[in-house]
Design a protein around this ligand. Structure first.
Ligand SMILES: [Zn+2]
Length: 102
């Protein structure tokens, strides 16, 4: 059950958005029904990430890392290395040439 939590959360959000897009207000007389789907989905996702991840910062656990540019990848040209200031999580981003970055 716990392993399926992200899938259920994303499914609910997707369904809620889909209901809004196709405008099913004719079917559901309560218009806020769509938003209930999305809110419940977000709550499930947040609960899952907050309880399963180990990062110290709550924001990091739900994916809001505070990245800073720490260097360039040696293997791939134009690949930047970012590291989170709070938890040390690293990500690599390929930047297309000619962007005039920092
Ligand atoms: Zn982080």
């Amino acid at each position: 059950m716990k392993k399926n939590a992200p899938f259920i959360g994303y499914s609910l959000i997707f369904l809620g958005v889909a209901f809004i897009v196709v405008d099913t207000s004719a079917l559901f007389h309560m218009y806020y029904f769509h938003y209930v789907f999305i809110i419940v989905g977000v709550v499930i996702l947040l609960t899952y990430y907050l309880t399963t991840r180990k990062e110290k910062s709550l924001l990091c656990r739900i994916g809001f890392h505070k990245f800073e540019h720490v260097g360039w990848d040696d293997d791939v040209p134009f690949r930047l290395i970012y590291r989170c200031q709070r938890c040390g999580y690293e990500k690599k981003v390929i930047r297309s040439s000619g962007g005039g970055g920092p």
